[in-house]
Structure formats: C-alpha cells, structure tokens
Design a protein around this ligand. Structure first.
Ligand code: PGA
Length: 278
C-alpha cells in the first residue's frame, strides 16, 4: 500500500529526530577537554594574572596543571576570580605516603584542590626514567583515590620513521592500564616529535591514531572505551586548534607552550567551545 504524504512526512520527521539525537548522543558521550600543562614555568604573579584573564566555557572542561608549588595559590585564584576551571598536578607518587623526598601523594594533590593529574608525560619518561610499570602503579593509586589520571602516550620520531608507532602506543596503553577496569581516565596522545617543536601532527594523522588508540582501548576495556576522552598534544596553538576540534575522535587538547599565554590559551578554549563540526 502506498504511503500517504502525511505519514511520509511523519516518518521523515521521526527519522530525522532519531538520527539527530543519535548524533547528539555520540557527541555528548565524551567530555571535551582543554588542558594546560605549564611544565616548569610561571610564578605567583603570572599565575594570578593568568586566572584573572582566562575565560572558560560550560561546553568544555578546562583543566590547568601548574607546577606543584603553584597548585594551592592557583586553587585560591580560581576561587577568588570565580572561574569554573579545574586543577591538575603534573606528576604524583604511587605510594600513599612515606619516605619519598620531593614527591607528592594523591591525597596531597586533592588537599590543594586537584581533581586531575598528568601521568607518564614523555618528559618524565625521558628525564625521570618513568616506564610503563611505574605509570601503571601511579594510575592505580590515582584512580583508587578518586583523581582522574591524564595518561600520556606517544612515539618518538625514530619509532615513527621505523613504522613502530602503533606497536609503541599499544604497548604503552596495555602497560598503563594493567589490572584497571575503569573509564575514569583520560588518554593524551602526544607524539614526542611534536612536543615543543612547532611540528604538530596533522589533524588527519592524529584522527587516524586516535581511532587506533580507541580500538586498543576497546580490547582492554570493552564498551567503556567509548566513554574515554582521547586528547591530542604537541605544538597545539590558536591557529591549528580548529583542525583538531573538527575530528570525531579528538576529544580535546593538552597544551604546553601556548598555555603560558592567557590570550592564546583562551583562543584554544573558544575553538573547542564552539565545537566546530564535531
Ligand atoms: P607543547 O607541549 O604544546 O609545548 O608542544 C605539549 C605537552 O608537552 O604537553
């Protein structure tokens, strides 16, 4: 029997709504993050200036990771200026407490207002000898204590050139997530050759790599993998941010150099707040 025009239109409207809601569902499943990694930069006064100038958006979770000494002042400035900005550490120890000179525990980070912590940044892997086992211990302690780990993975230029990137990334993921059954974590894909070099990975390459990372996460965590935000990091700035934000598997960015300048960092937040064509 032929469909009446009326029922044809009804069905069309219903299909469009279902499709749109489906898309919205896909988009809203994962949180979008713009995260600042200040590394060993800034002072009390530049920290105050930063939080005074920076804007935030309800559509994006903005997380700032200052050096340890600036965490508590940063927490106070965030409160003082009334900004919905979250705080993260740049590193944490795997033990609850004890004789570990110069280290900070998860409880100490929480005490000064942190909700997040970067783990396994390539600079720490390189300069502090952090390997996947140590990263795994830190991730476990962090999740156990209710902080969200931002787990950094990435291949070096040599590994990329010798077609080892996927092997390196999957090894780092499997190592970091050993005995972990939680989606309460963030993955940051930071190709070592792109960090601080101005040679950012193209958005297309990052998208491909993020899709690969998600496929590995699926093997490790099953369906939970769909809820995990995967961020890109490595020479992100105001000019290239829009390319990343348009990619379906890039759920935000981890920003080093460009996060030291409040205007630039604000520009990046704005790009992700608009959501571009995601
Ligand atoms: P970059 O650093 O933005 O300066 O390249 C990124 C990072 O190391 O997290």
């Amino acid at each position: 029997m032929e469909q009446s025009i009326e029922s044809f239109i009804k069905n069309l409207v219903r299909d469009t709504i279902v499709h749109t809601l489906g898309e919205l569902q896909i988009q809203s499943d994962r949180q979008t993050y713009v995260i600042a990694n200040w590394k060993m930069n800034n002072t009390l006064s530049t920290t105050a200036e930063f939080f005074q100038k920076i804007n935030s958006s309800k559509d994006v979770s903005v997380v700032v990771c200052p050096p340890t000494q600036l965490l508590y002042p940063a927490h106070l400035f965030i409160k003082q200026f009334g900004k919905p900005i979250h705080l993260g550490g740049q590193n944490v120890h795997w033990a609850e407490k004890g004789a570990y000179t110069g280290e900070s525990s998860t409880n100490m980070l929480k005490d000064v207002g942190c909700e997040y912590v970067i783990i396994g940044h390539s600079e720490r892997r390189q300069f502090a000898g952090e390997d996947d086992d140590l990263v795994n211990l830190k991730v476990k302690q962090t999740i156990k204590d209710g902080l969200i780990p931002i787990i950094c993975i990435g291949e070096t230029l040599g590994q990329k050139n010798s077609m080892q990137a996927e092997h390196v990334l999957s090894t780092q993921l499997v190592g970091a997530l050993k005995e972990i059954d939680s989606s309460n974590l963030i993955i940051a894909y930071e190709p070592v050759w792109a960090i601080g070099t101005g040679q950012s990975a193209t958005a297309e390459l990052s998208q491909q790599t993020h899709a690969y990372i998600r496929s590995v996460l699926k093997q490790i965590l099953g369906e939970k993998a769909d809820q995990i935000s995967i961020l890109y990091g490595g020479s992100v700035n105001e000019s290239n941010a829009a390319e990343y934000s348009a990619m379906p598997d890039i759920d935000g960015v981890l920003v080093g150099g460009a996060s030291l300048n409040p205007q630039s960092f604000d520009g990046i937040i704005n790009v992700f707040a608009k959501g571009e064509q995601r």
